[in-house]
Design a protein around this ligand. Sequence first.
Ligand code: ATP
Ligand code: MG
Length: 454
Amino acid sequence: MLKRFISKFKKNQPQDPLRAQIIPRDHHSISRTNISEYALKVLYRLKKEGYEGYLVGGGVRDLLLGQEPKDFDVVTDATPEQVRRLFNNSRLIGKRFKLVHVVFGREIIEVATFRGHHSNATGKQEAHQSESGMLLRDNVYGTIEEDAMRRDFTVNALYYNIHNFAVHSYAGGIDDIHNGQLRLIGDPATRYREDPVRMIRAVRFAAKLNFEIEAETAAPISELAPLLGEIPPARLFEEVLKLFMAGHALETFRLLEEYSLFEPLFPQTQQCLDTSDFYRQFIEQALINSDDRIRQGKTLTPAFLYAVFLWPPMLEQSKLLADKGMPPAPAMHQAASQVMSNQQARIAIPRRFITPLREIWDLQRRLIRRQAKFVESTASHPRFRAAYDFLLLREAVGESLNGSGNWWTKYQEENEIVPQHDPAPKKRKGNYRPRHRDRGSKSNGRSKGPRTRS
Ligand code: ATP
Ligand code: MG
């Protein structure tokens, strides 16, 4: 009787998160044919040298969901220095979160060492936290179990073992994959305080995977959202690109607003959204268009995205200046400078995107006025196409702009001056690839993420 009671009791107990649930190779859908040959090369080499080797995180998650992973990460018990010595084509990366990049042409396989508890640290060089609990250094090595507990979501604590091709799932990750749930490992508020970027990762994965954010994981977000203000603006630039340039921008935007996460990223824009639905429509239409572009395999430029997000506060500010008697052109110019400089305090937009952004805005007046002497130079401006798209967007949400969209469409057809289809993305020049990793506040020079056009 007691035995029966205990086994029933055990059944109802939450699983021990430190114990892996092991799914043997013939009980899951991951096949090596879907794994990058370079990731496999790295894994086989680790194995040959007697180390453990696992594919981990988003790569395993996406493969289990039948999606194509954006990148493949490897984790091992070898230290970064040991890994570095195994591969000639590798480099040590990062101070706050040390790891190794093994470079195969344009593909980089990131190899990390199992991370352990900070209580095992021997000094600030290994582990360091800010007063608010943010991780500033995370170089304590440990076991796979400890490593799993330091990952963000259960569905990211999945490990594919190169020794026997089994999947090791921690903290119920595999069940959450089946149930479509995003659940943070550990106490959600503590984990968000350690790294506030996890809040935007929650929203990003929810939109990308079409998963629910589990109630306890969702609960503290709105209250803790202002902590995003502590993230270095350069890291936020990278994070925001991942949010909006991966093909789920509209859903992501709606979730960000729902969880009060948009405000700390774009405070000036949020103010406009709070007072006018027109601006919301404008932004949503732009995001619908960019999601379409991604689906069609076209490129996107961060300059266009920021031109859209910052257009509402720029317009509002220039109206204020015009009300004070400033002529429209200088008012717009001054407003643009003010809005950009306020925004830079939150998100460090690199200079190479600011010039084109300003040009997209500046060209709006010329596109609408269509002065004969400027028509040709306008059409041959390097930012003409983006500015024209911007104009069409404004018209699509109901702005009356003198029939300019149609006029320029016809002009292009008659003069055959602009290709009707976007050219194939150029190889490297001008394409943007994020350089920062989104774990902790570490940046490590890794180059992966959405391909974009500048
Ligand atoms: P995607 O590549 O589709 O953006 P991902 O889950 O692979 O998603 P990465 O940024 O590539 O995300 O990170 C790889 C893995 O590293 C994650 O799956 C997770 O296990 C871990 N990780 C990344 N960022 C964090 C973080 N901020 N906190 C804890 N763990 C993280
Ligand atoms: Mg990844």
